[in-house]
Write a protein that binds this ligand. Structure first.
Ligand SMILES: [Zn+2]
Length: 472
């Protein structure tokens, strides 16, 4: 027998006043569900504190609902599983396929980074343990429950959830939750990461249903993006420069989505006979595996009609015919001594680990090299320090002079900007009772809060880390 419903409550355990570490606990309708279980990325000490200590008992959760496969949304699942969570992890089919790859890679990176850090610090005695390993990643993957569009997920009789296209990356979804509360039925929509109205490859986000509560991301809440129609001209200019100077273009890119978007742009530029042909290396085994998942789901709900048509016509939209994919360590290391021009696409996207660190270490002091930043760089990461113009950076604990040109190309962003977010909220027939702004640094979410207020949406909540709200 169900007793009287307890008040519904949401607690923000990450991505509150910052971008990474999305983890929101919703207690409603007799269930305790975690919306995303993301890794916090940033300075080592803060990351250790936020990632290693769970603010709730993992075994007490009924289910996890995943918005998408980026590591700052799913990267703490292995830790959750290792700490006793045994329930289902619901995700779209695409996301489930991608998460398996992302977590295996993340576990490997955690182990490698700890090993490398301990080696570098052998003399000063500083040691770290990996956050998790392969065993915990496998455990997390075994809990995944892939869902089809339209599936209704019901972890308890008083709570039903479904996924709606978020238009951010392959498989990305918003999560709609209908819950019983003492005040009656209530609906909450968690956008996860929200896509743009127009962006390469992706279908625009689904128009939102009417909701009582909206948990909205605000990564670029104070900005408007350069249009993606400028990508070819800007990228073409950099290709010509690299060809003339025989320079290397190093692109730190998220293996999920950003790598594929750049590959498709380079594939398209090859149709221009005036463009110099520069060798392109994708030096990321994970990007290769993920590109195969993209091919598998070409007919799925994420891609827009235009890209589907291009893919059909091109037959090889991810350039398997001209791009050299470096799988082995030896193939990767061979790039160090090979002369430019060349383009190297490698992960991690915020230069926090992986092969990109070796390419940066080898090229950062070379004035003919370009580091092309094409994705979000969180505060405290090496990518952000480069983007901010620091002249000296530490890589693997050692100091390097920055002589390479650092260029940011914001056109590729797969996050809604201020105008996209406002258009999304205006798409609601009635204004939500309350908007919670998450997944944005303070300057960005303050700007979005002001813009929403000006649209008559009241004053959105800007939850702090660990802050809790009753949904009545
Ligand atoms: Zn994302």
């Amino acid at each position: 027998m169900a007793g009287p419903a307890l008040p519904a409550r949401i607690t923000f355990h990450g991505a509150a006043g910052e971008v990474t570490g999305s983890r929101h606990l919703l207690e409603a309708g007799g269930a305790r569900v975690l919306l995303d279980c993301g890794l916090f990325q940033g300075r080592r000490a803060e990351a250790a504190a936020k990632n290693r200590n769970s603010p709730f008992d993992p075994a007490s959760l009924s289910a996890v609902l995943l918005s998408h496969a980026h590591i700052d949304h799913c990267g703490l699942l292995p830790r959750l599983a290792g700490d006793g969570f045994k329930g289902p992890v619901y995700a779209t089919r695409e996301t489930a396929d991608l998460v398996a790859i992302m977590l295996a890679d993340s576990a490997r990176l955690q182990e490698l980074d700890a090993k490398f850090f301990n080696k570098i610090h052998a003399d000063d005695g500083e040691r770290i343990e990996p956050l998790y390993g392969e065993k915990e990643a496998d455990l997390a993957v075994s809990l995944l429950r892939p869902c089809a569009p339209g599936d209704v997920i019901s972890p308890s009789p008083g709570l039903r959830a479904r996924f709606l296209n978020a238009g951010h990356v392959l498989g990305s979804a918003m999560i709609q939750i209908d819950m019983e509360t003492p005040a009656g039925p209530r609906r909450l929509l968690y956008t996860g990461d929200l896509g743009r109205r127009e962006v390469p490859l992706m279908k625009a986000p689904e128009p939102p249903p009417d909701v009582d509560y909206l948990v909205l991301e605000s990564t670029y809440g104070g900005r408007t993006h350069a249009p993606s129609s400028e990508i070819d001209a800007e990228l073409g200019r950099l290709l010509r420069k690299a060809a003339a100077e025989k320079g290397k273009i190093i692109i730190p890119a998220f293996a999920l989505e950003r790598s594929q978007e750049i590959i498709v742009a380079l594939d398209r530029l090859r149709n221009d006979p005036s463009m110099p042909e520069i060798p392109v290396y994708v030096d990321s085994p994970m990007a290769i595996n993920i590109t195969e998942i993209f091919n598998k789901h070409l007919g799925g709900f994420s891609f827009d009609r235009e890209f589907k048509a291009y893919a059909r016509k091109d037959g090889d939209p991810f350039g398997f015919d001209f791009i050299k994919y470096a799988r082995s360590k030896e193939e990767s290391q061979a790039l160090n001594t090979r002369p430019g021009p060349m383009i190297i696409i490698s992960a991690s996207g915020m230069c926090e680990g992986g092969r990109i660190l070796h390419h940066l270490r080898n090229n950062i002091a070379d004035p003919s090299a370009t580091v092309l930043i094409v994705g979000y760089q969180a505060a405290g990461t090496l990518g952000r320090r480069l983007q901010d113009g620091q002249k000296k950076v530490r890589i693997f604990g050692l100091q390097h002079e920055v002589a390479a040109e650092i260029r940011t190309m914001p056109h590729f962003s797969s996050h809604a900007d201020r105008d996209d977010a406002l258009a999304f909220v205006k798409g609601l027939d009635r204004k939500p009772g309350k908007i919670f702004l998450v997944h944005g640094e303070d300057s960005q979410r303050d700007a979005l809060a002001e813009a929403l207020k000006a649209e008559g949406c009241g004053a959105p909540e800007k939850p702090g880390h660990g802050e809790s709200f009753v949904l009545d």
